[in-house]
Design a protein around this ligand. Sequence first.
Ligand SMILES: C[S@@+](CC[C@H](N)C(=O)[O-])C[C@H]1O[C@@H](n2cnc3c(N)ncnc32)[C@H](O)[C@@H]1O
Length: 292
Amino acid sequence: MLSYRHAFHAGNAADVLKHAVLMYCLDYLRHKETPFFVVDTHAGAGFYSLTEGYAARNREWEKGVGSLLEQADLPPLLADYVVLVRDALGVGLHPAGRYPGSPALIQRLLREQDRAVCFELHPADFTALEENFAADHRFRLLREDGLGGLKSLLPPPSRRGCVFIDPPYEMKSDYTTVPEYLAEALRRFSTGLYIIWYPLLGRKTGDGAAPGSGGEGAALRETLLRFYGGNRCAVELRTAAADNGVRRMYGSGMVIYNPPWTLRGVLGESLPVLASMLGGEQGSWDLSWEGE
Ligand SMILES: C[S@@+](CC[C@H](N)C(=O)[O-])C[C@H]1O[C@@H](n2cnc3c(N)ncnc32)[C@H](O)[C@@H]1O
């Protein structure tokens, strides 16, 4: 089933968190000259118009990146991300400007010696991905299942790299297949930097779930934190009421294996500001850090 289109959600609060963290982690890998390798298992189209098409319908971006574009005082996690988004969108949301998805952020941070592989299954998004990145010799684009294709790429020759796992979770089985495929990836490349995103969905009236429990996303977070014994962290940002009576996203999170050690301080300083900027009184956050 491929009904999910990321264009509806481009630039929303979940994108802000995942994209700012991805940029920070890739920037950290640039501190050494040795090449690094990035795998984006669910890449999407790479760029999204916010002024026309799907993103213009629900305008989710307005409560996400739209709340940050005019801010002068941004916390450290957001500074580079917002500069990049402002550049891409152009002054005053220029109609030709497009919001940069994960492949565009990766492209901005890759150096000549670095390489990226992007997987995307949706035919229309894959065509857009090709139009946007096929000319860049540092990229390989594959219209294949990203989780299934991951193991054949690991470990990367330089033994340095980042795996970004950002599934749509439109099928409940995504919550169980992610840890299954991760097990093999970790066997091959246990020192890699892994970023695994998950949504926090509201409790549907009468579905029996505990209030604010976070549903399958929160359960996946616990599984992922138990699953790997090395340095790992979980970060969550909530921007709406949890018990909204519908299965609507009220927040999201990421489990990160082998995160940059500096990320802890940056998240600690940035998350309270971000929660308040994007969620107002309903904004909240969590950060847990495990390992050495
Ligand atoms: C959440 S979106 C990705 C957004 C993108 N990572 C970003 O940050 O800009 C998930 C994408 O995964 C694609 N997809 C769904 N199942 C897939 C699979 N098994 N392998 C690769 N891509 C898949 C969807 O078509 C969708 O474009």
